[in-house]
Design a protein around this ligand. Structure first.
Ligand SMILES: Nc1nc2c(ncn2[C@@H]2O[C@H](COP(=O)(O)OP(=O)(O)OP(=O)(O)O)[C@@H](O)[C@H]2O)c(=O)[nH]1
Ligand SMILES: [Mg+2]
Length: 424
C-alpha cells in the first residue's frame, strides 16, 4: 500500500504537545506517531515537541511554534504536517493557511491506516463509520485540505469507496452504515448464542498491535489442528495487521477443545470514534472465559503497551475475565533479568515447546471445573455417547447389558444435563 493509491509521497514533519496531564510519555507517543506515519506510507523528516500547559484555540500550538514548524518544513521540503493530537476543523484550516502545507492529526492518520487495511465487509463498514464521524464536525478544514493537496493520508476510504464531503450525504451514509452494522450484529449474536449453547470454553488473544497475537493463533492451529491454510490468519510485522475478530476451534489430543479468538490490536490514544465503531468487534472479547494478554517483550515501550491494553479493556467494562500476561518474543530479549520482571508466561511464538507451554496454561485455566464421572447410557441414546466422545476426554468405555458404560471428564453443564445416567 506504500503510495500506490496516492501519487504524492508524503514527506512529513511531526508535531506534538506535551502537558503535565499527558497520560503517556510524550517521547514514547511521538515515537509511535512516527511508526504510524510510516505505516501510512509517509516519510518522516523531523519531529517537533512543544511543552505547553495551555492549548491555543487558533493553532493548537503557539504562534511562534507555527513559524518554527514552517521554517523546518521549508528547509526540509516537507509537504505534510502530522499532529500528535486531535485537531478541530478550524485548527486544521488555520494551520494550513499559515503553513501552506497539508495538515492531518493522529486520529486521521490512524483512520487512514485502518481504511487501507480493512478487509472484511464488517471492518470496512466500521472504519467508514469512524471516518465519517470524524469528518462531520471538521468539514471546513478537511475541504480546504482536499483542494490544497489532493489525495494522500486522510483522504483514503476503505476499499475503493470515495469518501463523501457533503454534510447531508454524510449523515445519510452514517444512518445506512449503522443499519447495516445492526444486521451484522444480529448475525453475530446468533452465532454467539450457538456457541454458548455448545459451551465450549473461549480463549481470547488480546493486546497491543504487533505483539504477536495472530502468530500465536497460527502456531497453535498448526500444532493442534494440522496445516490447514484456510484456517490461518494474517500475521505481519506492521501496525494493525488484524482488524477483525477470528474464531478457530482448537482440539487437544485428549478430546478437550476450546475456541481461540484473535482480535484487533490496540494502540495508545486510540481515537474515540474508532473505539466506538469497533465496539461490535471488541464485544466478542466479552464472551471469553480466559484472556491471553500478549505483550511484545522486545518493545522498549512495553509497560505502556500493557497499560493501554488494560485501559481499553477497562473502557469496555471487561474486568472480571481471568487473564494471564504472555510476554511474547522472548527470543529477541537479551537481558536475562527480564524473565523475573513479574508473573506471567514467557514465550516465543516461534518455539514449538513454548506454544505447548501456553496451551498447558490455557488448559489449566479453562477446564478446571470438569468433573470425572461414569454414565450408563442406554443403547437407544446413541447421540449422547456421540456427544461425550466428541467433546470430552473419555477415560474408559464398556458395553454392558443395559447400555454403554462410559467414564469421562465432563463440564458442569453436561454433568447436569445427563445427571440421570450417572452411576458413579
Ligand atoms: N522474533 C519473533 N517474532 C515474532 C514472535 N511473535 C510474532 N513475531 C513477529 O511479530 C510480527 C507481528 O506479529 P502479528 O502476529 O501479526 O502481531 P499481532 O499482535 O497479531 O498484530 P496486530 O494484528 O497488528 O494487532 C510478525 O512479523 C511476526 O512474525 C516471536 O515470538 N518472536
Ligand atoms: Mg494480528
Amino acid at each position: 500500500m506504500q503510495n500506490t493509491d496516492d501519487k504524492i509521497i508524503q514527506k512529513a514533519i511531526l508535531v506534538g504537545v506535551g502537558t503535565s496531564k499527558n497520560i503517556y510519555d510524550i517521547d514514547k507517543s511521538m515515537d509511535e506517531l512516527k511508526e504510524l506515519a510510516n505505516a501510512a506510507g509517509a516519510e518522516v523528516l523531523y519531529s517537533i515537541v512543544q511543552n505547553k500547559e495551555k492549548i491555543e484555540a487558533t493553532y493548537y500550538i503557539g504562534k511562534g511554534k507555527v513559524e518554527e514548524v514552517k521554517m523546518f518544513a521549508d528547509n526540509l521540503e516537507a509537504n505534510t504536517v502530522i499532529f500528535n493530537n486531535e485537531l478541530s476543523g478550524s485548527q486544521i484550516r488555520n494551520l494550513e493557511d499559515a503553513l501552506d502545507l497539508k495538515v492531518i492529526d493522529r486520529t486521521a492518520l490512524i483512520l487512514d491506516i485502518f481504511a487501507t487495511r480493512a478487509k472484511t465487509r464488517d471492518a470496512k463498514l466500521q472504519v467508514e463509520l469512524a471516518q465519517l464521524r470524524y469528518r462531520l464536525p471538521r468539514l471546513v478544514g478537511i475541504n480546504s485540505s482536499m483542494s490544497r493537496l489532493g489525495a494522500g493520508i486522510g483522504t483514503r476510504g476503505p476499499g475503493e469507496q470515495k469518501l463523501e464531503l457533503d454534510r447531508r450525504k454524510i449523515k445519510e451514509k452514517i444512518t445506512d452504515i449503522k443499519n447495516e452494522l445492526k444486521e451484522i450484529k444480529k448475525q453475530r449474536e446468533t452465532q454467539r448464542s450457538k456457541r454458548v449453547k455448545n459451551r465450549i470454553p473461549i480463549v481470547a488473544l488480546v493486546g497491543y498491535t504487533n505483539a504477536g497475537k495472530s502468530t500465536i493463533m497460527n502456531r497453535v492451529l498448526q500444532k493442534y489442528m494440522g496445516d490447514n491454510e484456510d484456517k490461518q490468519v494474517f500475521e505481519k510485522d506492521m501496525l494493525f495487521a488484524t482488524l477483525d475478530t477470528y474464531h478457530r476451534k482448537v482440539e487437544l489430543p485428549d478430546n478437550k477443545s476450546f475456541i481461540l479468538i484473535d482480535t484487533i490490536g490496540f494502540v495508545s490514544e486510540l481515537p474515540h470514534s474508532l473505539v466506538e465503531a469497533f465496539k461490535a468487534t471488541l464485544e466478542e472479547i466479552r464472551e471469553a472465559d480466559y484472556l491471553i494478554h500478549v505483550v511484545d517483550s522486545s518493545d522498549a515501550h512495553l509497560d505502556m503497551q500493557v497499560k493501554v491494553t488494560r485501559d481499553v479493556l477497562d473502557e469496555f467494562g471487561i474486568k472480571d475475565i481471568p487473564y494471564t500476561v504472555c510476554y511474547n518474543k522472548i527470543d529477541l530479549v537479551e537481558d536475562e533479568d527480564f524473565l523475573n520482571r513479574s508473573t506471567g508466561l514467557y514465550i516465543s511464538a516461534l518455539e514449538e515447546s513454548d506454544i505447548e507451554k501456553l496451551v498447558e496454561d490455557i488448559r489449566g485455566n479453562i477446564f478446571n471445573d470438569y468433573i470425572k464421572c461414569k454414565f450408563l447410557i442406554p443403547y437407544d441414546q446413541g447421540q449422547i455417547v456421540n456427544n461425550l466422545m466428541k467433546n470430552f476426554t473419555i477415560l474408559n468405555t464398556e458395553h454392558t447389558g443395559e447400555g454403554t458404560l462410559i467414564e469421562v471428564e465432563v463440564d458442569e453443564e453436561n454433568y447436569n444435563r445427563y445427571n440421570k445416567y450417572i452411576v458413579e
